[in-house]
Design a binder for this molecule. Sequence first.
Ligand SMILES: NC(=O)c1ccc[n+]([C@@H]2O[C@H](COP(=O)([O-])OP(=O)(O)OC[C@H]3O[C@@H](n4cnc5c(N)ncnc54)[C@H](O)[C@@H]3O)[C@@H](O)[C@H]2O)c1
Length: 341
Amino acid sequence: MKRIPIAASKPYEAIITEGFNDLFAEVNRVFGGEKIAVITDDNTHRLFYGDVKAALKGYEVVNVNIAAGEKSKSVGTYAEILSALASAKLKRGDCVLTLGGGVVGDVGGFAASTYMRGVTYIQCPTTLLADVDSSVGGKTAIDFPEGKNLAGTFYQPSLVYINTECLKTLPPREIDCGMGEIVKYAFLDKTVSLADVKELNYQTLIEKSIKIKADIVCKDEFDKGVRALLNLGHTIGHAIEVASGFTLSHGACVAKGIDAIIDISTDFYGLSEEKTNEMKALLRAYPFDLDIDCDKEKIAEKIALDKKAEKGGVKFILLKGVGSPIAETLPVEEAIRCWRR
Ligand SMILES: NC(=O)c1ccc[n+]([C@@H]2O[C@H](COP(=O)([O-])OP(=O)(O)OC[C@H]3O[C@@H](n4cnc5c(N)ncnc54)[C@H](O)[C@@H]3O)[C@@H](O)[C@H]2O)c1
């Protein structure tokens, strides 16, 4: 078992282990109450709820199940969760445990942070993306037709319990989504190496990734500065994802976004061929499908529409090399011109 301390304003630990055997003891360290509401989606309910309920023997466990998928990050599902918590007579001293990917974590976390003005909140991530990204850092959210993650809170969990055995049932597309974020960390900080990415030892990748994310988040918990580095590849990646009508995986789009950032950075900073090749090799250490046909004009339009342009353009995270990210505000047309060259 690995313990990673997260030194946020409310400190907590991320535990990386195999199985749910240690769950009771870990929950017991941070939660002294009696009742735990376990939020699941249809898939995580079917796959893991029985084991989690059994592991939490001794607590009064109730289940709130939601439909799987991004559509559940809605105000409707959020309200349903709050009603279910109230019907189960959850009190202020009780606990919400989210068992699932980023969707369950985001909407369940938002419910935990607002139900009775906030109850104890524990994350049990079950996707690779949630292991390395959404479960750590305290951002909760729901989407609106007007925009993704439009409402949410900063609310740190009391514990993140990662059971890597959950990854065994995860479809390849979802593995790609997590790998998109892991490769992003490899570009932000050299502690995740090309060899690590090739080796695909999830325990190691998760541990190193969480440490990088925690380090950045703890410097800027409320997203006013350096936390923006975590957007590497995401501005262009998200525009590609939207342009594809969400047929492409988030992971492939982030990878393609990073590929574009390498091209833009090479032109913008006049990087050496050696530096560019080192970055391209790192991106190709995992077999992302980078053969995505991008209409760069359309991508530029989407970015300009989606992103609140600051004075002087949009904030892109560029790269001066592996491990050297830098925030740069550029007019979208300038970024796309560098990408095209
Ligand atoms: N809060 C944050 O800081 C943060 C960071 C990154 C992403 N996010 C959010 O996370 C969400 C995406 O999360 P995600 O990629 O985990 O998607 P997800 O939660 O939709 O999970 C993907 C699919 O995998 C299924 N699933 C979950 N665990 C499984 C398992 N072990 N085996 C088989 N199937 C399993 C789910 O039911 C779902 O169908 C987005 O809404 C995004 O905005 C939040």
